[in-house]
Design a protein around this ligand. Structure first.
Ligand code: ARG
Ligand code: ZN
Length: 877
């Protein structure tokens, strides 16, 4: 059944307090839940109390401590309805349930992983623990008592501050926790087990000391140091930039190895996928370090944007996620290189969100209906949601944005809010109207802005014509023009930017043109010579831009813009036509050529010592095969794209051999390994050079030597990837793969890399390799990280293998989805989204893909998660 935003209404009963007592047992955990409610004012005296449940066994039910007669309630596995409750005075309902954590393979609710009890309740997992009003607008303070076997579970954790603990009975002990901040059930957490801990403290801006604890498996404590450092930097940054201080006496993070998502912001007790906590130079790449920093920050920032102010209903998910992603992006930009961070964000946005927005799963940032909320933890809600927040900051400016945020915190602290509340805070704080802007929350689809410019040498004017078009998306055939903020610069002959030109034709603030009409003309005056327009600098709006600029104009931007993002964008715009033409030529069996001006401009940037190495590495990472496919839009042949792109890479490598040799020889950071951004940038540039050098003679030997010489995981994985992807059949590759797996056989996170880099070897033969790897003794079909590293990498990151012309890749994924679904629907559904762009494939592949989807569709007992996706993907649009 479908949930509609329009049907929202508050609950009939107000929850005042929650008191939970868990008696943990691997197969039969007993939970006594005592809930104090009162009837909301104005609610009919006959209205019953309705509690949600999922796969629960009810053992006892009491009203004000008296056993409830069976006639007073109706019980089903997913609902408990209680009648004849008091009119206005408070009453207490006691619900006693028994659950089996060990049998919980969905990893939602209370489950066990490696002997550790843990919980995941967002979005609707708490109802798998007890009957409860399991919705985000029901907020209450919680007291939690955990009783468990002392030897097996020396550590007993829940949300809030520690009240006390001690021995309980034969072999058992207990701990009690109290969280004074009213919270919804999705933020509940419990962890129990035998874990090691790393401890530190943080002194807040009002000089309160907060205990910081990161819990990991015994023996892995050293690998939590970087996460702890990132946490302290996050806490400081949120005070300095957003004025947000932490509120409890203790902040805890627990790393677990079986987790469906990245991490979860439970109040005071974040639970993490261990891949986003554990790192050391020997086993973690620079990307791992950057991810840990970003996700530690993200979950911590949720304490204010998500927990103190939560969501009224799940339609408002972007209220906490889009905003918190924006905050973690800003944090990383401040900790590292802002421009390089922005480039990485936009690459990711285009690869994932633009693809989603252009296919059958497209939906608005703030949806109005869902069948399964778990399917809406999407890149649109998260990443486009962040971009929408960024645009508010662009439109209002730094100070205006801050004023709006401050008002939002002041007005809504302790509440469950809506997107409208959020937008209104910015409107009221700045006396502006954001009505048209709000369409970004409501209209799905990536806007296409078409631009053209004419210079009048006599009048000294430059006239820019802009037009916007928002494509139709499922359920939304017509769209209104949006408010699109476009950052711009006019670059003169000498490379200098024209300073503050006079502009007419619409609203212009600082360097931002505000496109608000369907079509709009901006006229710039006193422009001495024909300028080159750099548009949508910094990716100020998440749009597709159709602006035909000559090679010379793009080269001017690539050389001279003061916005590094725009320089990267210009290099990308120079690369794309070559890659598109190469794909076309490869398909038609023609010779592939590459524009020498593009190659020389790229090599110039790569060798430019005035540019930071991380930027140069980003420039050298050409648009991916998926990017090229997205640009083509339809009738996609992934083999031709691959072949064409390889030929371009080879042409660049041959022209730039000496540049790449020089970079490879000089870019090794001095001294002991450090994960800082500058060192990581050097490694990225050096490894990029290694990748190009694989296209010229001696490539295998050079990569094999780089693998042998590597003294950190970044270099090791990169060298191994070059070997495996470029020389899969070479003896050196087989040897390196064997050395690697032997050395790291006891480190699951490193093994994930070993599986992933083999699953991404280009070409159809990789399907056989993946099938063989699924039988490998180190493959663990029940561990989400391992499944994603093998099956996920194949489906999401290997276009030529996954889209093998005979359709075998789709069948492999389909079989995995139907196999995993009964056990873990969220994991199955996430894997299935790899097929979201199937209609863009060439006719023969699309037929195979449809057949594979129909095969899944015919499976009798699909989860709601998979059923919802399959139906949306197969629906004729
Ligand atoms: N709130 C978590 C985060 O963004 C993610 C929870 C994902 N939940 C889900 N049902 N997919 O940090
Ligand atoms: Zn989040």
């Amino acid at each position: 059944q479908i949930v509609h935003l329009a049907d929202y209404r508050p609950t009939d009963f107000v929850l005042e307090r929650v008191d939970l007592t868990f008696e943990l047992d691997p197969q039969a955990t007993r939970l006594e839940s005592r809930l104090i409610f009162h009837r909301r004012e104005g609610v009919d005296a006959s209205a019953p109390l309705v509690l949600d449940g999922d796969e629960l066994v009810l053992t006892e039910l009491r009203l004000d401590q008296n056993e409830m007669p069976a006639s007073q309630y109706d019980l089903s596995p997913d609902q408990l309805v209680i009648r004849d409750l008091p009119g206005s005075e408070p009453f207490e309902v006691t619900v006693i349930t028994t659950i089996n954590p060990e049998a919980n393979t969905q990893l939602m609710g209370l489950y066990r992983t490696n002997g550790v009890y843990c919980t995941q309740c967002e979005a609707e997992g708490f109802r798998r623990i007890t009957y409860f009003p399991d919705r985000p607008d029901v907020l209450a303070p919680y007291t939690v008592t955990i009783i468990a076997d002392k030897a097996a579970n020396p550590v007993l954790l829940s949300n809030g501050n520690f009240l006390g603990g001690g021995n309980y009975d034969e072999g058992r002990h207990f701990a009690a926790w109290f969280d004074p901040f009213p919270k919804p059930s999705y933020l509940f957490a419990l962890v129990a087990g035998d874990l090691g801990v790393v401890e530190d403290t943080f002194v807040t801006m009002s000089e309160r000391e907060v205990a910081l604890k990161i819990y990991v498996e015994h023996g892995k404590e050293d690998r939590a140091a970087y996460a702890m450092d990132a946490l302290k930097r996050s806490m400081k940054w949120d005070e300095e930039v957003f004025g947000r201080e932490y509120d409890l006496n203790i902040f805890m993070i627990v790393a677990v190895s079986d987790f469906n998502m990245g991490a979860m912001e439970n109040k005071g007790l974040n639970v993490f996928n261990d891949k986003y906590v554990l790192a050391d130079p020997e086993t973690a790449t620079d990307q791992d370090y950057a991810n840990i920093e970003a996700i530690i920050a993200h979950e911590y920032f949720h304490n204010w944007t998500g927990n103190r102010i939560t969501c009224r209903d799940w339609f408002q998910l972007c209220l906490k996620e889009g905003l918190t992603v924006y905050r973690d992006h800003e944090f990383s930009a401040d900790q590292r290189s802002r421009a390089v961070k922005r480039i990485a964000e936009v690459r990711h946005l285009k690869a994932e969100q633009f693809q989603e927005d252009g296919g059958p799963l497209a939906h608005p940032v703030r949806p109005t209906a869902y069948r399964e909320i778990n399917n809406f933890y999407t890149t649109t809600v998260y990443e486009k949601g962040s971009e929408v927040t960024r645009m508010i900051a662009t439109i209002l400016g730094k100070d205006g944005f801050k004023k709006g945020m401050d008002l939002y915190f002041e007005r809504h602290d302790g509440e469950a809010a809506t997107v409208e509340d959020f937008v209104k805070s910015f409107e009221d704080a700045n006396s502006v109207d954001l009505k048209q802007f709000s369409l970004w929350y409501h209209q799905a689809g990536t806007p296409l802005v078409t631009a053209s410019g004419i210079y009048d040498a006599v009048a000294k004017t430059f006239t820019l014509s802009l037009e916007q078009m928002i494509p139709a998306t499922p359920g939304q055939s017509t769209k209104q023009p949006m408010h699109i903020p476009l950052s711009y610069a006019l670059i003169q002959d000498n490379g200098a930017l024209l300073d503050a030109p006079k502009v007419s034709g619409g609203q212009v603030t600082a360097d931002v043109l505000h496109l608000t009409e369907k079509a709009q003309v901006f006229v710039f005056e006193n422009v001495p010579t024909r300028p080159v327009l750099s548009l949508n600098r910094g990716f100020s709006a998440p749009i597709n831009l159709d602006f035909k600029q000559s090679t010379e104009d793009l080269v001017r931007i690539a050389r001279h813009d003061t916005d590094l993002f725009a320089r990267w964008q210009a290099l990308t715009d120079l690369a794309l036509p070559n890659l598109l033409q190469a794909a076309k030529d490869a398909r038609e069996g023609k010779a592939i050529t590459c524009n020498p001006v593009f190659i020389s401009t790229l090599l110039e940037a790569a060798a430019d010592e005035a540019l930071e190495p991380a930027f140069r590495a980003q420039a050298l990472a050409l648009p991916s095969e998926a990017d090229i496919a997205r640009e083509l839009g339809s009738n996609i042949d992934p083999d031709a794209i691959h072949k064409g792109r390889q030929a371009i890479l080879k042409a660049i490598a041959e022209s730039g051999q000496s540049v790449f040799e020089n970079l490879f020889n000089t870019m090794k950071p001095e001294g002991a390994f450090s994960p800082d951004a500058a060192s990581a940038g050097k490694r990225a540039l050096r490894n990029s050079a290694l990748g190009y050098l694989a296209y010229v003679t001696g490539g295998t030997e050079r990569a094999a030597k780089a693998f042998a010489d590597a003294d950190n995981m970044t270099d090791m994985v990169q060298a191994l990837t070059v070997l495996a992807h470029r020389f899969p059949e070479d003896a050196a590759t087989a040897e390196a793969l064997a050395t690697f797996v032997k050395r790291f056989e006891n480190n699951p996170l490193v093994l994930d890399k070993w599986f992933a880099l083999q699953a991404t070897i280009p070409g159809g033969d990789t399907l056989n390799r993946v099938n063989a790897l699924m039988e490998h003794p180190l493959y663990v079909a029940t561990n989400p990280n391992r499944v994603r590293s093998l099956v996920g990498s194949l489906a999401f990151a290997n276009p030529t293998a996954f889209n093998r012309a005979d359709g075998e890749g789709y069948r492999l994924l389909g079989a995995q989805v139907t196999q995993i679904d009964p056990r873990n629907p969220q994991l199955a559904a996430r894997l299935l989204t790899a097929m979201r762009s199937w209609r863009a494939l060439d006719a023969s592949r699309a037929d195979h893909a449809r057949a594979a989807l129909l095969e899944i569709d015919r499976t009798s007992k699909l989860s709601t998660d998979v059923r919802d996706l399959i139906e949306r993907m197969l629906k004729d649009s």
